[in-house]
Design a protein around this ligand. Structure first.
Ligand SMILES: *Cc1c(COP(=O)(O)O)cnc(C)c1O
Length: 472
């Protein structure tokens, strides 16, 4: 039995703690300011516990050596980066909270190659003059889509905003009421139009819009006709929309620009992998749309980016707009985008090496085998600390793309008597690497479609650790 005053007096001094081997061993890796904070935190925690209930404190745990070990753990935790790798076992391929598309190895190598030292970002190596950063991907984009010209910006929201501002500021933009999309919180077509200085003219009804609706709204103030892909919802049943080709006819007749925000922007048709037919970028270009925009990190499977394609004169105008500088793409992204697009020159290679495409096309039977093998390993490792089964459950595309599509597959379903399923999920998120699964029917589901085979060992480790510590 010890009273709190004598225990408090026994707490080690910070500068003495900092001389303990457990902390001096970290000096190379850990900045002094973090070591000191860690030592202070370890002492503060003990002080709190002493004041709360001195009878729970073993005086031996107050030795400099032992407190320094606790401080060392605090220091290591402070060293870990905030933004780090997470294992996505949700089965949602484009999970916006988890960074959307994982990049192809080739894209990562390209980032390293151009960013360790200098690059020809805006230098034309043939004549030594100033070049354009867009030039590194323009030819590739045109080749893959049939477009005349291309520009790239920070993301698709930026691309839509910039195109509207550059092409129709102070004029009217006509949009179908069925296409006034909201993409996660801040991006809503009516608000983006307002911000870019284009007056929104809504036509048609929520479920049906006809060519005559656009035609009746066209006047001398009309700046463009905008078609928006309803990426994250569908209007089913009694519905009608005006196709891109029909809009182009109207636009040509009245000399008005037609723009289409494709959202996801698939470069080739993936319907043979059980996905619904989605308009490809090349089809929109072939239909004669003047400006097409889409994201780099949705179904394209590249870095966060906004891509603009279309008529050369319009692309030039977009590049020259003052906001283009504010939205410009940085060199790391440009390197990753170029490498990803190069993979698309060979479709078979793109399907193997662009992770989003590989996950989309993964064979359910192979997924079942992988999941069953993993379940066997997990049963051995967990040693009956959890109940495991393999269940049939679909994966989804996510990221506001193909909202109704379910990709057939399997998941490892977990429950344990030790903790609730929510607590189990929370523990998995606290591991290193953290694991994010999905809860359904009071079970934790781990879907391997979104887990790379080379992540399986780490997943098993995090799972074992999550079920080992029961001191909660
Ligand atoms: C996702 C999406 C956007 C926004 O694209 P970001 O690249 O996330 O900025 C805009 N429009 C549509 C139709 C989308 O699906």
């Amino acid at each position: 039995m010890s009273d709190s005053n004598s225990l408090l007096r026994a707490l080690p001094a910070i500068d003495r703690l900092l001389q303990q081997p457990a902390l001096t061993a970290l000096a190379e890796r850990c900045p002094p300011v973090l070591l000191k904070e860690a030592a202070q935190a370890a002492v503060a925690e003990l002080r709190r516990r002493i004041l709360a209930d001195p009878t729970t404190i073993d005086p031996e745990t107050l030795s400099e050596e032992q407190v320094a070990q606790v401080a060392a753990r605090h220091a290591l935790a402070r060293l870990a980066p905030n933004l780090r790798q997470v294992i996505n076992a949700t089965g949602t391929l484009l999970h916006t909270n988890l960074g959307r598309a994982p990049l192809a190895t080739l894209a990562l190598e390209a980032i390293v190659a151009v960013s360790c030292r200098y690059s020809n970002l805006e230098l034309d190596l043939s004549d030594g003059r100033r070049g354009q950063r867009h030039a590194h991907v323009e030819e590739l984009l045109c080749r893959l889509t049939g477009a005349e010209a291309a520009a790239v910006v920070n993301n698709n929201a930026g691309a839509v905003y910039l195109a509207l501002a550059a092409l129709a500021q102070g004029r009217e933009g006509i949009v179908s009421r069925g296409e006034l999309v909201e993409i996660g919180g801040a991006f809503r077509i009516p608000e983006v139009m307002a911000a870019s200085g284009v007056r929104l003219v809504e036509v048609g009804a929520t479920n049906k819009t006809h060519p005559r609706d656009y035609e009746n709204a066209i006047n001398e103030h009309t700046g463009l006709l905008l078609k928006v892909h309803t990426s994250n919802y569908r209007i089913l049943g009694f519905s009608a929309e005006v196709s891109g080709a029909e809009l182009v006819q109207l636009g040509r007749r009245h000399g008005i620009i037609v723009m289409e925000d494709l959202g996801s922007g698939m470069l080739f048709d993936l319907s043979e992998y059980g996905l619904p037919r989605e308009p490809t970028v090349a089809e929109a270009v072939a239909a004669g749309i003047d400006i097409v925009t889409f994201s780099g990190d949705k179904l394209l499977g590249g870095p966060q980016a906004g891509i603009l394609l279309g008529r050369r004169d319009l692309i030039e105008k977009i590049r020259k707009h003052p906001m283009a500088r504010a939205l410009r793409m940085d060199k790391l992204t440009l390197a990753a985008l170029e490498a990803t697009l190069r993979l698309y020159l060979d479709r078979a290679r793109a399907l193997r090496e662009v992770p989003v495409l590989a996950m989309l096309a993964a064979d359910p039977e192979e997924l079942r085998l992988r999941t069953e093998n993993f379940a066997t390993r997990a049963r051995q490792a967990l040693n009956s600390r959890a109940t495991l089964s393999v269940v049939s459950t679909p994966a989804t595309v996510g990221g506001g793309a193909l909202p109704l599509t379910e990709l057939a597959g399997f998941a490892l379903a977990l429950t344990t008597d030790a903790v609730s399923v929510d607590q189990l999920a929370a523990r998995l998120r606290r591991q290193s690497p953290p694991v994010v699964g999905r809860i359904a029917d009071n079970q934790l589901l781990l879907n391997l479609r979104t887990v790379a085979p080379e992540e399986e060992d780490a997943l098993l480790q995090s799972l074992t650790k999550a079920l080992a510590d029961t001191d909660e």
